[in-house]
Write a protein that binds this ligand. Structure first.
Ligand SMILES: *[C@@H]1O[C@H](CO)[C@@H](O)[C@H](O)[C@H]1NC(C)=O
Ligand SMILES: *[C@@H]1O[C@H](CO)[C@@H](O)[C@H](O)[C@H]1NC(C)=O
Ligand SMILES: *[C@@H]1O[C@H](CO)[C@@H](O)[C@H](O)[C@H]1NC(C)=O
Ligand SMILES: *[C@@H]1O[C@H](CO)[C@@H](O)[C@H](O)[C@H]1NC(C)=O
Length: 219
């Protein structure tokens, strides 16, 4: 004789829909995901700083540093492109002069550019009189100040050279988000700051005479 719980189970089974569907044929997706572009990473130091740059999988990297020297390291693409929407997450914890920035170079003309997303308040990037404020834009939820300065006989992607630096400096700083790169290149062009052929474009951490730690994942 069935026990009470078994009777309840049998009643439940009899009222539940059976949902018996035939096995699905195996199909290949119509639009298979495109393979990601190869990640590019760059790391430069004047060797005066003590820096440990660790290249992680995919878009990840981490860096810890201290000492008096200058370094810049990051992950992204080569060549870069003005149509990129750059998305990244992470933590940025500097003590002293350091930037978290979209960073890259163009050639003809040779330009070193920065879209500064975060920085330590002890050193505001290219603030007058170090740099010149030439314009501004609003993009991705914040005002950005456009600044420029010349570098004379400094290290560059083509060796020691004299070249212009362009900066967009975000007012509402942040350590993760999405940057519409094209808005910056358009704003720079509008104030007469020419850029050239894209070289690399990365999400970089730069430090100079400071210490800190950054863990970044570019998506
Ligand atoms: C930072 O300084 C300490 C000594 O104070 C040293 O042990 C360490 O290796 C340095 N470098 C980094 C990247 O943390
Ligand atoms: C932004 O640029 C416009 C146009 O050049 C200028 O009139 C305005 O004063 C600038 N705003 C700030 C806050 O710098
Ligand atoms: C790094 O800091 C030193 C000393 O504060 C300064 O002379 C140098 O110009 C800085 N380098 C960069 C790339 O800003
Ligand atoms: C480096 O930073 C320290 C502490 O922040 C500061 O006292 C020193 O003047 C800086 N060095 C240079 C060359 O600016």
């Amino acid at each position: 004789m069935p026990t009470l719980p078994l009777i309840i189970l049998l009643i439940l089974l009899s009222i539940l829909p059976t949902n018996a569907t035939p096995p699905r044929p195996i199909t290949t997706p119509k639009n298979p995901p495109k393979p990601r572009a190869t990640w590019y990473n760059t790391f430069w130091t004047d060797t005066a700083a003590s820096v440990k740059y660790t290249n992680g999988a995919e878009g990840a990297y981490s860096v810890t540093w201290n000492g008096t020297g200058n370094f810049v390291g990051g992950k992204g693409w080569n060549p870069g492109s003005t149509t990129k929407l750059i998305s990244w997450t992470g933590t940025f914890a500097p003590q002293g002069y350091a930037y978290l920035t979209i960073y890259g170079w163009t050639t003809n003309p040779l330009i070193e550019y920065y879209i500064i997303e975060n920085y330590h308040p002890s050193h505001e990037p290219a603030a007058p009189p170090e740099g010149e404020v030439v314009g501004n834009l609003t993009s991705d939820g914040s005002f950005y100040s456009v600044r420029t300065k010349m570098r004379v006989n400094k290290p560059s992607i083509v060796g020691t050279a004299t070249f212009r630096q362009i900066f967009s400096v975000r007012e509402v700083v942040r350590s993760e988000g999405v940057v519409t790169v094209g808005n910056h290149f358009a704003a720079w062009k509008e104030v007469g700051l020419k850029t050239g052929t894209h070289n690399y474009m990365v999400v970089a951490t730069e430090g100079n005479n400071s210490s800190g730690k950054a863990d970044i994942v570019v998506h």
